[in-house]
Design a protein around this ligand. Sequence first.
Ligand SMILES: O=CC(=O)O
Length: 361
Amino acid sequence: MAMLCSRTALRRLQPICVSQLKVAEGLTSSTPREMSTLPRVYVTRQIPPEGLKILRESGKVQFELWDSDDISVPRKELLQRVRGVDGLLCVLTEKIDAELLDAAGPNLKVLSTMSVGFDHLSLDQLKKRGIRVGYTPEVLTDSVAELTVALLLTTSRRLVEATHEAKTGGWGTWRTLWLCGYELANSTVGILGLGRIGVAIAERLAPFKVKKFIYTDVAPRPELASIINAEYVSFDELAKQSDFLAVCCALTPETKEICNKNLFSKMKNTSIFINTSRGGVVNQEDLYQALSTGQIAAAGLDVTVPEPLPTNHPLFTLKNCVILPHIASASYTTRNAMSALAANNLLLGLQGEPMIKELKL
Ligand SMILES: O=CC(=O)O
């Protein structure tokens, strides 16, 4: 596994990175003097080209990267590579905790994560050390909302089962109740955690003739709710009334496993449960029970605990559970926009400017 800028990466990264590589490897006499004074940055993943281009062409940082998108940087390697850096650009697979921040040391002033979620960051530790944090909301809203709708329809209309049957000889005569699912028309759609993504999902579902949108959150969010004409209800009412329940809340200590047997036991046995936020908000054993006993009709998950979910996990044995490998924001446009935003947040932070999207710690 190549670290720093490997030969293949160098071909992609163009000449400026060659001099950055020299800096990263230890200065050579031919390296321009000013390069050695540029802030040092470690990038924990081969991020999409837009972001790398911004870093490369800025002339404002020298960076090393973990030159792979297929394998995440091993923890030991990461702990070594971050030593003494001024900035860190990470993705959601890296746990940024006290151990890592200690390894990085006092130079670290800016962390930029290429994700909207920040449950992989120890915010209290970052705050304590005065490290500013950038993240990538909004640029992924459309992509995540699209995928959520796709997953909802795939799950409710049993598309995975259907293609499997068609391919494997299960397709006999046309049958009156075979592979029947549940439709959105006249349904009640519930949103657990109403933010930009929840609104975007509802906007896309409304043309399917949904009868009513309901939501719950720590408190009513009238401005957002008015965009989609959604009614604020209690957690229990959300469970009871929703024909489709979309989980859109962030993973926090308060929301950890909030979707558990208490929720599933109140849902209708015709209801569809969809999660594109974080796997940690669901108690997967309780979900398995609810699905396997017919307490709820089906579930579509883009996120699980752990990720990847082992292929022998019981949830994979269920026909009424559709599992995707955390791809909600995976469109070329969105991933490039996230990469660019993460790079710009980092550069702005290192210059002491307000970031485009900065977390308030
Ligand atoms: O899950 C994806 C993200 O947090 O951006």
